[in-house]
Design a protein around this ligand. Structure first.
Ligand SMILES: [Zn+2]
Length: 503
């Protein structure tokens, strides 16, 4: 009989820890809903005790998500576990994931605890977690550099204490697939199905997914993954890679299946990129821009004659409807709604109205509207947070010999604020005028422009990373046919996010 591989997604925890990927609560909710549509079994929504923002996001996600189990990370510390349980309170299905390091190097230098003390701390906290939540996962941090006899002792102890899943992470991304397979084989033979064994691999050597697949063959029945392979340093094992490998190589994984709705992979990946302003490298497996593009004439000819000559997967299997020209000026609301459904969006009436207006506005300015344009509009629309400052008008002038200038009018609390500023270049002038009008000072750390689809009249998607008043940097995205307008929108989005987080 075929066995299910449990998909534990940690985009919102391990993924969010990666540089430049921080999200506000509204954005996390959008990702959580996308993960639910994907059909992940468990989503790690954050680390409740780490900040008020994380606590609030987990709590909101716990209220909204119904079909996936919602999980919070917690160190083996009493307060962490209590905070996790509190944040998860409203969830229909929930899990506490607690961890402590078990490798000699971590125990000696980081924890300054003997193996015996570590074992006792783990047992005490797993018991506490179990008293607050039925489903407890325990992780031996840096398991793949831990002593195997100590891991076996730990497995017995946490099982007795109430854990049902034992996660054995390759925290530093050091292992190769053969070792991973053997490691999981030893541990699964030892635990004999009492505990669900879980793999959590990092990509420091580019082996995260290969190791995850090897772990499954060795006995892991849960894999911890992220969308786009987001995560600490070189990232985590990518959800889309592991899932599509299991699906595509049914012969090698004949005993296994996942319950992921693979048609949601592409829309979810896009949504994440749009929110954090970080796109996968073009040659990234499955979701990279080039993953389904054939450049060489011989390949193109082959694919046209028979797709399987050069394609092992269908783009439509991951929900990628390739660049087909679709809606235009004369498309009605019903066609628009249908198209959004195909792209994986389920909007309520109000969101649909707003999106339809944005679409019509775009049709007035842009001849061809591609799927990517629609995805960008909807993503920008769906993550809109409360706007303290609203852009009413922006005018810029750029004289090559003199300084550039920008004049802006913003709406704030039903009043119109007008300001002007000069800067070194137009973008500098735009950001300065916003600082002046809002009386909040921002420091720009990163600025990126991306063309959403093809053609000279493509929508510009600007992503900025700004630190306001010396606080942690925030990402803002702006979408417009005009790059200057998109830049102002992006900066204002970051500013409004900052204000909503610090109310
Ligand atoms: Zn990790």
């Amino acid at each position: 009989m075929s066995e299910k591989i449990i998909i534990f997604d940690t985009t919102l925890r391990d993924g969010e820890q990666s540089p430049g990927a921080s999200m506000n609560t509204e954005e996390k909710i959008q990702i959580a809903l996308a993960l639910e549509r994907l059909g992940v079994d468990v989503m790690e929504a954050g680390f409740a005790a780490s900040s008020n923002g994380d606590f609030e996001a987990i709590n909101k996600i716990a209220q909204i998500v119904k079909n996936s189990s919602v999980c919070s990370l917690a160190r083996c510390v009493e307060n962490d576990i209590i905070q996790a349980a509190k944040a998860l309170e409203p969830a229909e299905k929930k899990r506490i994931h607690t961890f402590i390091a078990t490798s000699p190097i971590h125990m000696e230098f980081k924890l300054k605890k003997s193996p015996d003390e570590v074992l006792k701390t783990a047992v005490k906290n797993v018991k506490l977690a179990k008293s607050l939540c039925d489903d407890v996962e325990f992780s031996c941090e840096d398991a793949l550099r831990s002593d195997i006899s100590f891991l076996k002792e730990m497995a017995d102890a946490v099982y007795e204490a109430g854990a049902s899943t034992l996660n054995l992470p390759d925290t530093v991304g050091y292992r190769i697939p053969q070792e991973m397979y053997e490691f999981f084989k030893i541990m699964s033979e030892y635990t004999k199905g009492k505990l669900i064994l879980s793999a959590h691999n990092h990509n420091d050597l580019g082996l995260a997914t290969a190791n995850t697949l090897a772990a499954i063959l060795g006995g892991a029945r849960q894999i911890e993954v992220t969308l786009n392979g987001l995560g600490e340093r070189a990232g985590n094992s990518a959800l889309e890679e592991a899932v599509m490998a299991i699906k595509t190589r049914k012969d090698a994984f004949s005993n296994f299946y996942t319950q992921i709705n693979t048609k949601e992979i592409y829309p979810s990946s896009k949504l994440l990129s749009n929110i954090i302003g970080v796109w996968p490298q073009p040659n990234k497996a499955i979701v990279g821009k080039n993953a389904f593009t054939h450049e060489s004439g011989i390949h193109q000819d082959g694919v046209l004659k028979h797709p399987e000559t050069y394609e092992i997967m269908k783009a439509s299997d991951i929900g990628l409807v390739q660049d087909n020209l679709i809606l235009g000026k004369h498309s009605g609301r019903a066609a628009f709604k249908d198209k959004l459904k195909i792209l994986g969006f389920n909007l309520n009436d109000e969101e649909l109205n707003r999106a339809f207006n944005d679409f019509k506005e775009l049709c007035d300015k842009k001849k061809e509207v591609f799927d990517d344009d629609l995805i960008a509009i909807i993503s920008a629309e769906s993550v809109k947070i409360e706007e303290k400052f609203k852009l009413i008008n922006l005018q810029v002038s750029d004289c090559t010999q003199a300084l550039a200038s920008a004049a802006i009018s913003l709406e704030c609390d039903n009043e119109i604020i007008k300001e002007a500023a000069i800067g070194d270049g137009v973008i500098d002038a735009i950001f300065k005028v916003i600082d002046r009008a809002s009386k909040v000072n921002g420091f720009l750390q990163d600025y990126k422009v991306n063309a959403v689809s093809k053609g000279k009249d493509a929508l510009a998607q600007v992503s900025v990373k700004v630190s306001f008043e010396g606080q942690k940097a925030i990402i803002g995205n702006g979408l417009d046919l005009d790059t200057m307008q998109a830049s102002a929108k992006a900066y204002l989005a970051a500013l409004n996010s900052y204000i909503s987080m610090n109310k």
